[in-house]
Write a protein that binds this ligand. Structure first.
Ligand SMILES: Nc1ncnc2c1ncn2[C@@H]1O[C@H](COP(=O)(O)OP(=O)(O)OP(=O)(O)O)[C@@H](O)[C@H]1O
Ligand SMILES: [Mg+2]
Length: 372
């Protein structure tokens, strides 16, 4: 081959940034309905002859389609003539709200506050909150877990976290267990009487407690709320403006009826409802499902309010056993574990969608009463 031929051949094969970007436009984010280039996900593009390297920066490390994006991006760029190798680095920057006037200082660097709430008690709310925190954390997010259930704190039991030992000025530094910062209201003195506390006293205790913790920088702070719809919830909503709330219900009517009350309360407070999780959905033996508490109560609830169904968790002995041992089920193998991992991915996805569709309105969140 002559020198000129070689020159033209090389020129033909020269890979440009535009070519790579164009090729990557075939990948559409199913939630945001736009391609990953237009969404600004593709960064730090480097081309060294046939070797192409770039970053795909997602809105959450817990993105359920992360692996799919990675292999699609590799395939799309490999199909460009002349490309010999593709190195895709998956990263994430979690979007979040900025501080609102009501936000306690201690929460100032928390990007997203996710409330886990239920109308009825005993439906698997704390189990869901703990497994959500672990699921988000194992995907690579910085996570905190706050047990605000003044009447029945259970996070220390479910995770094995020990009491805090350090302060930063006036604020308590949350102990870290399994990479997650955790605080339970049971770690504070005076909470022994909490079980019989009601109304303003309980509310002010929750307020003090939330404002006394130095959370530092977090992608997600998961709050296990007390069951029901009362003063404490209103106080909590004021002091910790939530990105959204996950409503937990088991399938039976008594739980669903109370979950509806919770939905109404949070929509009155203008806190976005991220979706419904149905727990204790069925018991499975030899591939046959038994619906011990009725079938699909949470599914129907999600449908009737046009809310996302974030997950259905089977009843498994492993769930309660691992909770009692302080090692959440999401860390183990099994169907309930997979369902909880799927649930935490769905929550992260709904938070990302919320930021993409609501944009700035979230950063200026303030608590308003409907019709006020
Ligand atoms: N999917 C499941 N399979 C088996 N047991 C479960 C499941 N989900 C929760 N449990 C068990 O049910 C009990 C109640 O769950 P959990 O404490 O999470 O509910 P809760 O809604 O937080 O209750 P409370 O209102 O008392 O705070 C616990 O013993 C827990 O281990
Ligand atoms: Mg609980």
């Amino acid at each position: 081959m002559g020198v000129l031929d070689q020159f033209f051949k090389k020129k033909d094969l020269e890979i440009t940034e535009d070519m790579v970007r164009e090729a990557l436009k075939v990948i559409i984010d199913p939630d945001l309905d736009k391609d990953i280039v237009s969404l600004g996900f593709v960064r730090n593009l480097k081309i060294d002859r046939g070797a192409v390297e770039f970053e795909v920066n997602l809105t959450t490390p817990a993105c359920p389609v992360k692996e799919k994006f990675k292999s699609e991006a590799e395939a799309a760029v490999k199909s460009i003539p002349g490309v010999e190798s593709v190195h895709v680095i998956m990263t994430a920057t979690t979007k979040g709200q900025t501080k609102s006037p009501q936000t306690a200082n201690s929460l100032g660097k928390v990007a997203n506050i996710i409330l886990v709430a239920s109308g009825k008690g005993g439906v698997g709310k704390s189990t869901s909150a703990v497994n959500l925190a672990y699921g988000l954390s194992s995907a690579g997010s910085k996570v905190g877990l706050l047990d605000a259930d003044i009447h029945g704190p259970s996070i220390p039991m479910m995770t094995g976290v020990k009491n805090p030992t350090q302060m930063n000025g006036d604020l308590v530094l949350p102990p870290i267990k399994d990479n997650i910062k955790m605080i339970s209201i049971s770690m504070f003195s005076g909470t022994d009487q909490a079980a019989i506390m009601r109304g303003p006293m309980a509310s002010s205790m929750v307020k003090n407690f939330v404002t006394q913790v130095d959370w530092g920088e977090l992608d997600y702070l998961v709050i296990d709320c007390p069951p029901g719809t009362g003063d404490i919830h209103l106080s909590l909503a004021q002091i910790a403006p939530a990105t959204g709330v996950v409503i937990v219900t088991s399938p039976q009517d008594v739980a669903v009826i109370d979950a509806k009350k919770a939905i109404h309360m949070y929509s009155t407070l203008q806190i976005p409802i991220l979706g419904i999780i149905e727990t204790m959905s069925y018991f499975e033996v030899e591939n046959k499902k038994y619906y011990l508490f009725g079938e699909g109560g949470g599914v129907k609830l999600a449908e009737s309010y046009s809310l996302p169904l974030l997950g259905q968790i089977p009843l498994e002995v492993q769930v309660s056993e691992s909770s009692d041992k302080g090692s959440p089920v999401v860390l183990q193998a099994g169907k309930a574990s997979a369902a909880y991992r799927n649930f935490s991915g769905n929550v992260a996805r709904e938070v990302s969608i919320l930021h993409a569709t609501r944009g700035e309105s979230l950063s200026s969140f303030s608590l308003k009463w409907r019709g006020a």
